[in-house]
Design a protein around this ligand. Sequence first.
Ligand code: PHE
Length: 485
Amino acid sequence: MLKTSIHGAWSSRAMFVLATVGAAVGLGNIWRFPYLTGEYGGSAFILVYLICLFFIGMPIMMAEIMLGRRGRQSPANTMYTLAIEAGRSSHWKYLGWMGMIAGLLILSYYSVIAGEVMAYIFRAASGAFTHQTSSGIRSIYSDFVSSPENLLAWHTIFIVVTMIVVARGVHEGLEKTLRIVTPLFFILLLILVGYGMQSKGFSEAVTFLFRPDFQKLIYVVNDSGVRELTAKPILVAMGHSFFTLSLGMGAIMAYGAYLGREVSISHATLAVVVMDTLVALLAGLAIFPIVFSNQLDPASGPGLIFQTLPIAFGGMAGGVFFGSLFFILLFLAAWSSAIALVEPTVAWMVESRRVTRVKATVWIGIIVWLLGIASIFSATGTTLRDILLIFMHGLDLDTIGLRQKFFSQTFFEVVDFATTNIMLPLGGMLMAIFVGWVMHRESVRAEINVRHGDLCTLWMSILKYVSPLAVLIIFLSAVGLLGNV
Ligand code: PHE
């Protein structure tokens, strides 16, 4: 086994935790978690998400870090090396490949949202939110997203700044920035929660977030107003627990590859999961009081944070300052996550294609930038059907099935669903199976380095049976019960 990775190593355990928290905490916590919670009815959704986070996500995160540290290469090559070490098929490398593809697809829309965040730094700084009503704030948002050239410009800027950091190697820029950003981010979130606590919607928000209503978890009301059984909220909660921890696609494996042998993987993992959960819950506590005080719709989708938080900034003393600072921090959080989304692919290109880090980053930047254009049109409401129509002009739509529900979704919706709810849990499940069933016990024990033998056995049994089965059951029930929801 390699002693160190050719890409470098973290300077300390604290740095690894900080970088992994940086990868984990991002738009997933502040943008995605609140809007999903709103869409899927609140507390029961949160409960399932927390269960998945601690019982499925955490053990898999330990496994993913362990795999990286043992393989010391990009995920595809790590999987290849470890499979050969265990005397198994080299096809396991495709697990790394699936992760790389998922990472680039996620980044293609992540960058569009991060671009919106960057634009909002300037909106906030210019005082655009001051004393605005909630409908004023909403129209600022809808004006913004209905202009593709605006979105494209910000998407381009975000891709460029991300690629600059990745091209230089993660350590220098990232280590220094994260040291300041992470604590500052917490403080600002607490200020926003403080604002929420004074608003009249606070108790309603707490009930919405923390008093479980299981009906909302298993039923949906369909278009004709009839209640139907569904497994979608559970699938989405599981998918989000993978997304928010950056799990199942190799980012954590890549970061694990740069980790020293002496570091305790279990402690580091616990720290990351707790921090990530805290940020998400604080974001919920900051956003939902504003939703309820202003009679906004909790289920208003991906635009939720852009339509709520500016109301708080517009109404509070020092709102221009706090508002700009908040969006700056959110941008930095998105930035540190975006870096983790491309690191596996860049590392792979450097190892296997023998190109320089800079060249690898440029290529990947171009691919992600192009993919992102499809997400930009999603923000303006363009569906898959509209896109296909451009290419298939003149064909009879009904005969080729273009009227199906699938085609009425946007590119963003389809890619987000396929990557987060399918590819990431599938990737995580295969990693659990690999560690539980494929690797030799002794290699796993030697690498994971857990001092209590019992804990290690428990963890291995979870990976062997609980995590794969849980993911499988959720997948199967989703296939059976998703129906036409
Ligand atoms: N965890 C990040 C977030 O919550 C997103 C991410 C997913 C980053 C997968 C890297 C890999 O925003």
